[in-house]
Design a protein around this ligand. Structure first.
Ligand code: NDP
Length: 452
């Protein structure tokens, strides 16, 4: 495409969000130039200067104008403005496309559901969402997914699954589901770019997004030394002291990863015991012995200080031996102090992406996780709205493993298939009941024939 605007993407190695940005432009058929800043200080400085001081990859430019990182690019895509900038906006009037099955999410749960649903001839439309590929794309080394004794990178596993899903007839589409209207059937699905679909069944596999703390300095410094993805941004803060917040597996994995770049990695955890598995704690402890990692227990961050020009300067921490110090700010034993670090990484869990299901009647818990039927036998992934199913991290706040998400994805596709077959049977018998009168058409004959 020669008359398209010039798209430039600064990337680095081991950068899942860079891959997401490239995938987005690939899916739109847009050509782009990439500049890999890994190990190239001049290019890195150029990126920082052009992106107004941001030290996070990717950085996307269209016709020399800064779009920003992955979040900015995907936000622009949601509103349709990205297509406008690229000169590919579709100005035609609203067209409503009907699909048998729409799957929200292309993480492990959504893609496994897509593979199964494709094989059941339900031709699923799979919506990528604002984190295509899901959480696993942020993991460099997946060592516990069965069948890969040497391990496999998260992005590779996800890309293999996408290919497998497409082979069975799934269509993957970039986009964000804004809302699902369940007040009539088929469901009406509105996309943030204005597209509308109807669907007989929906599988919600929209996962969960990284949590933040909501503390002063956070909004200003996100992308300027504060990050929720160590594998994406760690290398930009080489030789700095770095702070990881959290006490779960993700915090331990990120801290371990960051030892490759940091002077010292500090882990601030709000209580005495880690939530992480022994495997990760042992690995962290080896680094503690080597002096690469220091652990600050019963400690929380209350403010991040710095500027977009100079990055993170220092943080304010509070500590109390009883744990959860921010709940004990009036306790005289709570110690508040300033602590110099050059980068901060949040690894404090995730919030389920279920906003688009509000108003459908689907039951959720107080954090927004979907409640599904669970238990034994069929229908485990049913929500309390017939035709809407849930799978993966959007339901499961406990196991949260790639392999359990895959298992739930397959169950959701099987449950949806049974539901769709029931619908077809009901439609066929309704047609028969009405006799072969005015409503007779070819579709009904096909359904009735398939039912014999
Ligand atoms: P978790 O929910 O397991 O851990 C979150 C951590 O952040 C907890 O230690 C929690 O503290 C802390 N936290 C939460 N909110 C706050 C807050 N407001 N202030 C301070 N600290 C806070 O999430 P993870 O992302 O670590 O893991 C999610 C799932 O993914 C798990 O099942 C895990 O096993 C899996 N995983 C596996 C990996 C692997 O094996 N390769 C890597 C990463 C994740 P507290 O403990 O006090 O609640």
């Amino acid at each position: 495409m020669s008359d398209q605007p010039r798209v430039e993407i600064y990337t680095k190695e081991e950068c899942p969000y860079c891959e997401k940005a490239k995938d987005l432009f690939d899916a739109k058929g847009i050509e782009y130039e990439t500049y890999n800043v890994t190990g190239d200080d001049d290019l890195f400085e150029e990126m920082v200067e052009r992106s107004e001081g941001r030290k996070t990859a990717p950085e996307v430019f269209i016709d020399d104008e800064l779009v920003g990182g992955w979040d900015d690019t995907s936000a622009l895509d949601e509103t349709g403005e990205l297509d406008e900038k690229l000169g590919i906006a579709d100005d035609t009037d609203e067209e409503i496309e009907h699909r048998k099955l729409v799957i929200a999410g292309t993480g492990i749960a959504g893609l496994t559901a897509a593979i199964y649903a494709g094989r059941s001839n339900n031709a699923p439309l799979v919506i990528e969402g604002d984190e295509p590929g899901g959480q696993l794309t942020l993991t460099t080394d997946v060592a516990n997914y069965p069948g890969f004794p040497e391990g496999i990178s998260g992005p590779e596993l996800v890309n293999n699954m996408k290919e497998q899903a497409r082979q069975f007839g799934a269509e993957l589409k970039n986009g964000i589901i804004e809302s699902v209207d369940a007040s009539s059937r088929p469901f009406r699905i509105e996309m943030s770019d204005g597209d509308v679909y109807t669907a007989d069944a929906v599988i919600a596999a929209s996962g969960a997004s990284a949590r933040t703390l909501g503390i002063p300095g956070e909004d200003e410094l996100m992308g300027y030394g504060l990050s929720t993805c160590a594998t994406c941004d760690g290398a930009f803060f080489r030789d700095e002291d770095m702070l990881v917040v959290g006490g779960g597996d993700a915090a331990m994995e990120e801290a371990t990863f960051l030892t490759k770049f940091a002077d010292t990695v500090y882990i601030a955890h709000r209580r005495e015991e880690f939530r992480a598995e022994d495997y990760w704690i042992d690995r962290v402890m080896e680094h503690v012995e080597d002096g690469d990692i220091e652990i600050m227990k019963n400690t929380e961050v209350t403010e991040i200080h710095g500027s977009q020009e100079a990055g993170v300067d220092y943080v304010t921490l509070v500590e109390n031996d009883k744990g959860h110090p921010t709940d004990r700010l009036d306790d005289p034993e709570t110690d508040e102090f300033e602590f110099d670090v050059g980068a901060v990484f949040f690894a404090i869990g995730h919030t389920p992406n279920t906003d688009y299901l509000e108003g459908t009647g689907v039951e959720m818990d107080e954090e927004g996780y979907l409640r599904t039927q669970g238990g034994d036998g069929g229908g485990q992934t049913e929500t309390d709205v017939p035709g809407i199913f849930g799978a993966g991290d959007v339901v499961d706040f406990h196991y949260q493993q790639a392999v359990t998400a895959a298992g739930m994805g397959s169950k959701a596709a099987i449950d949806a298939d049974e539901y769709l077959e029931d619908l077809e049977r009901a439609a066929a018998s309704e047609g028969e009941g009405e006799g072969k009168g005015a409503s007779e058409d070819e579709d009904e004959e096909e359904i009735a024939a398939a039912d014999d």
